[in-house]
Design a protein around this ligand. Structure first.
Ligand SMILES: Cc1ncc(COP(=O)(O)O)c(C=O)c1O
Length: 390
């Protein structure tokens, strides 16, 4: 058939959640609705001032046209000020900052800007699935590095050094890590910069969770000399409850921003002006905003701990970010089996850790994006039904 699907989609399935949501919709047609504790899409609204900015700006007659590909200066300046204030990183708003229409999209842009056919890319296992799919779509070759609980979910540099890294071009890292909730240490970040320099590779740090349940936001760009080898993605999706607004950020040295812009400007256009102004507003929010959000997440997390106790799962209470990651009991073969049993018997959906890679197989991930009432209801449902396998 002439219109057969392109080879580049070979081995790339539909995104797990897009498939699962359809199954949940079907289940919803039968009796009580499914409680979805899967996706990390913040359920709370952005700050009222952010919404007000969008409303007021969008009523103006002259804000509806195409915008500059690089984003407006007030937004780039707000991003640079935000990086200085929270991460002590100095960025030139003219050259070292690029607003993105979502950081997930940025992962694709970076992959398309840098990868030639067969170039090797280190991706974390477990890790955010988009690093793999973007690499494959861009023609790169995924090389996994396993993160282990006993190693605090950090890369094993000794093991990496033993490999042939001659074709390695790029490495994806993400701390606070999704899905494990592992926080970075300054030492880990220094090791990453040293590794990037030693092997002359580009390290892409994906940093959307640094404000969630974490009072020490860290940027990989804060390490001395980092700009030589590091670019960093950030996002307003989780930190400012703006996931549907699609506002991401790329920071790094001028040359790298120019490289990514060269691809991106051929792919999408500038963001809607009122959105950019509202995003700039969001970035000026202070500690009270994050404290208020985190107090809510803390209370929810306690409920999630109870739910995981009921399922005989084991977890680290120090983890940060928008999820709780937990090891399943040995009575289940893997997280898929536990997740399916819970969904079928209680109509509660939790994410199997295996979707983040084979090293996540014995784990599940519960999102903190539901109300306390929903967690209480989920716990009630789980308590009612015996999930213990004989
Ligand atoms: C690790 C990680 N990176 C990036 C993203 C994408 O965020 P955005 O909404 O900015 O595209 C997510 C969203 O779930 C994520 O978990």
């Amino acid at each position: 058939m002439k219109a057969a699907i392109a080879d580049r989609l070979n081995g790339i399935g539909e995104y797990y959640f897009s498939q699962k949501l359809r199954e949940i919709e079907e289940l919803n047609k039968t009796g009580e609705p499914v409680i979805n504790l899967g996706i990390g899409s913040p359920d709370l609204p952005p700050h009222p001032d952010v919404i007000k900015t969008l409303q007021e700006e969008s009523t103006k007659p002259n804000v509806h046209g195409y915008q500059n590909y690089k984003g407006i200066l007030p937004l780039r300046k707000a991003i640079a000020d935000w990086y200085q204030k929270w991460y002590s990183v100095s960025l030139n708003p003219d050259t070292e900052v690029l607003p993105l229409i979502g950081s997930k999209e940025g992962i694709m842009h970076i992959s398309m800007a840098y990868l030639n056919e067969g170039d090797e890319v280190l991706i974390p296992n477990p890790g955010y699935p988009t690093y793999r799919s973007a690499t494959q779509l861009a023609g790169g070759k995924c090389i996994e590095y396993e993160l282990k609980e006993e190693n605090n979910w950090q890369p094993d540099f000794e093991e990496l050094e033993k490999r042939d890294l001659s074709k390695l071009k790029l490495m994806w890292v993400n701390y606070p890590h999704m899905p494990t909730g592992q926080q970075p240490s300054k030492e880990l970040f220094e090791n990453l910069v040293a590794f990037g320099k030693k092997h002359n590779i580009l390290i892409c740090h994906d940093n959307p969770y640094s404000f969630i349940l974490n009072d020490k936001p860290l940027s990989l760009l804060s390490v001395d000399g980092a700009k030589d080898v590091i670019i960093e993605l950030n996002s307003l999706s989780k930190s400012h409850n703006m996931a549907g607004w699609r506002i991401g950020i790329l920071c790094g040295a001028k040359q790298k921003i120019d490289d990514v812009l060269r691809f991106k400007s051929n792919m999408d256009s500038g963001m809607f002006l009122p959105l950019q102004l509202a995003a700039a507003k969001a970035l000026t929010l202070g500690e009270e905003w994050h404290d208020e959000l985190n107090n809510i997440y803390k209370k929810r997390r306690e409920k999630v701990f109870q739910l995981l106790d009921e399922l005989n799962c084991v977890y680290n209470k120090e983890q940060v970010g928008l999820f709780v990651w937990a090891k399943i009991p040995a009575t289940y073969a893997n997280g898929y089996e536990l997740s399916d049993a819970v969904l079928q018997k209680t109509k509660v959906f939790i994410t199997p850790g295996g979707i983040f890679g084979s090293a996540g197989d014995k784990y599940i991930r519960v999102s903190l994006c539901s109300t306390e009432e929903k967690y209480a209801e989920a716990l009630k449902r789980i308590k009612k039904i015996s999930l213990q396998k004989a």
